[in-house]
Design a binder for this molecule. Structure first.
Ligand code: E4P
Length: 223
């Protein structure tokens, strides 16, 4: 299991990267435009924070396979390090994924709503697929089943393509897709912060500390 930050907010990325076991950062056009400044500048700053080994995902927006392939090459040339191009699973997107796979350029097939879209993307050579969990739930309430079916298909046919589940609105959705075989997840900063927030934990820590202080008059175990 790997965890990615779904954001382009450099301050939040820097903070989360310090505290959480982060494998990289995913962006999409809506996420980047929110920053309201040149997108390459934002992406380069994210790269500086996470280093060159962690994956940075950037989405192509062209309509035709030719445009998407061109964008993928542009993005890879402009950004150092481990870059994965996100490509929507339209027919032109699938064609672009096939071409880029032939050229050893890794891709993520995005905007996935059905297990069959994910199957086609894997057959075309995508390294990752991103089922849109909350958006599927909003349409059918069926996102966990979709992820489970993708996991089953990939296992049955031994695809190396990994599920990078995306679009979450609560921790329960993340938990549920992890249980049914999502290999990785990408989650917004606000939700990642909630992953380890449980009131009993700080309460226990305070109780331990109070007992220790009372017995030894010390705040720590080392003198
Ligand atoms: C990944 O980067 C996806 O584009 C993203 O998780 C979609 O999330 P949303 O449904 O909250 O826009």
């Amino acid at each position: 299991m790997r965890l990615y930050i779904d954001s382009a907010d450099v301050k939040q990325i820097a903070l989360l990267n310090e505290y959480f076991p982060i494998a990289g950062v995913t962006t999409n056009p809506s996420i980047l435009v929110k920053e309201n400044r040149p997108y390459l500048e934002v992406l380069r700053e994210i790269r500086e924070i996470i280093g060159e080994e962690k994956e940075l995902f950037v989405q192509a927006i062209g309509d035709t396979a030719e445009e998407i392939v061109e964008e993928a090459k542009f993005i890879n040339n402009e950004l150092p390090g481990n870059v994965i191009v996100k490509i929507p699973v339209t027919d032109e997107g699938l064609k672009a994924i096939k071409r880029l796979t032939e050229e050893n350029i890794p891709t993520l097939a995005t905007t996935i709503y059905t297990a069959f879209q994910a199957l086609m993307a894997a057959m075309a050579g995508a390294k990752y697929v991103a089922p849109y969990v909350n958006r599927i739930d909003n349409l059918t309430g069926n996102a966990v089943n979709v992820v489970a079916e993708i996991a089953k298909l990939y296992k049955t046919y031994q695809f190396e393509t990994e599920i990078l589940a995306a679009s979450f609105k609560n921790v329960q959705q993340v938990h549920a897709v992890c249980l049914v075989g999502a290999h990785t997840v990408t989650v917004g900063p606000d939700l990642i912060e909630k992953f380890i927030a449980f009131p009993a934990t700080p309460a226990d820590v305070t109780e331990f500390k109070n007992q220790w202080q009372k017995a030894y008059g010390l705040d720590k175990t080392n003198l």
